[in-house]
Design a protein around this ligand. Structure first.
Ligand code: ZN
Ligand code: ZN
Length: 393
């Protein structure tokens, strides 16, 4: 755990309360009632969706509906967290301690969201579009094929986009220096839709760079990504953070075979040995399936959210910069330049003498104890193959 000054914690708490009321009222409640009011006037949500649908803007109609669901679910989840906090202290008389426990309960679940949304306002803004524009002209030269806007091009474009998502996400879990940028998103030890907003401010600089190299080489044009593909990515990527408070199972029925569901993404946010470093895709499970990282939720293994390092999620410095601080001290204490460099590029948990604490090894060890739970697509295919061979021979 990274210790911080007690006065700084007071500043954090004050900022959390301020950010909470500001963001909830300005970004969620107000737009929601504006939509509702406009709908009652016959010019808002429903009319908008119908018009877009008539004009063939299907993805826009879909996204408008999805965003309304997200807003309602987000407010519902936050309301439920507050209700749980009061309920847990119901029978106690009103004292300072009671108020403080209620605050701590709420802070444990949603403080990271509001601080991670509020503090980066003072840091250089994410310039994803600018990164795309910077990288594209250079790598476009290597493009083997430029696609046009046929219906099948959209499928190709989306699959390449998802491949680029899988690649950056995999690297950010498997390479320690990248993991530092991604870890704040995995820090919350509870999952609500607000977790979708928790990102390290500079993460997008590198992920966008990686993605655009792949997209440029594969010939997917900028106009195809923005706004349609990117809109679906952001919309669906937010929706799959719906926690148990709004969707109990989140498996979405038969859709689980074709789409990444909230249930899949809950597995991604889990720190259980079986679940770590799986389900990297956002919308389509294709690449996870192909590369053997698709892991369905197992009823036998209850999800524990968060990261494996001991950490205080209500401490902004700890959850936002903690992994950088720990990596820095590991590199500093490592013997020899080779080990220092390996710390940067090896997976989290790697130590000079052993791989034992990396997610891949922890998972392998777990599966030797519970082989029946191994159900990734890769294993499934290989097992089928083995069974077939056995039957044949
Ligand atoms: Zn991740
Ligand atoms: Zn997530």
């Amino acid at each position: 755990m990274i210790p911080t000054n007690k006065y700084w914690r007071w500043v954090e708490n004050a900022v959390f309360i301020y950010a909470f009321f500001l963001i909830i009222s300005r970004d969620w409640i107000k737009p929601f009632f504006v939509y509702l009011w406009e709908t009652l006037q016959g010019k808002g949500l429903i009319t908008g969706v119908q018009e877009q649908f008539k004009e063939g803007l299907f993805s826009e109609s879909f996204l408008v509906i999805l965003w309304e669901i997200i807003i309602v679910f987000t407010l519902w989840e936050i309301g439920k967290v507050i209700y749980e906090a009061f309920k847990s202290e119901k029978n106690k008389p009103w004292t300072f301690e009671k108020g403080s426990s209620i605050f701590k309960y709420i802070a444990k679940t949603i403080k990271p969201t509001f601080l991670a949304t509020f503090f980066p306002v003072f840091l250089p803004k994410l310039i994803q579009l600018d990164v795309f524009k910077m990288v594209e002209p250079f790598f476009n030269k290597f493009s083997f094929h430029v696609i046009h806007f046929h219906w099948y091009s959209w499928i190709y474009g989306y699959l390449i986009w998802e491949l680029s998502t899988w690649v950056w996400h995999y690297c950010f879990h498997r390479v320690r220096m990248f993991w530092c940028f991604h870890s704040p998103h995995h820090a919350p030890n509870d999952l609500t839709l607000t977790t979708a907003w928790v990102h390290f401010f500079a993460e997008g600089y590198i992920t966008t760079f990686m993605q655009w190299i792949i997209l440029s080489i594969a010939g997917v044009p900028f106009e195809m990504i923005f706004p349609v593909i990117w809109g679906i990515e952001v919309g669906w990527g937010t929706f799959i953070h719906a926690g148990e408070r709004s969707l109990k199972k989140g498996r979405l029925g038969f859709l689980k075979h074709f789409l990444i569901t909230p249930s899949h993404h809950r597995v991604h946010h889990a720190k259980n040995p079986l679940y770590m470093d799986t389900n990297f895709c956002t919308f389509l499970p294709f690449w996870d399936w192909l590369f053997g990282t698709l892991q369905p939720l197992k009823d036998e293994v209850k999800i524990e959210y968060g990261i494996t390092r001991k950490m205080d999620v209500t401490n902004f410095i700890d959850f936002y910069f903690g992994e950088f601080i720990v990596l820095f001290s590991d590199v500093k204490n490592a013997k020899g330049i080779k080990n220092k460099l390996l710390y940067l590029v090896k997976p989290p948990g790697w130590e000079p003498e052993t791989n034992e604490h990396t997610a891949a090894e922890v998972r392998k060890k777990f599966l030797t104890q519970y082989p029946g739970l191994d159900a990734t697509s890769k294993k499934y295919l290989f097992e089928k193959q083995f069974k077939l061979n056995r039957q044949v021979s």
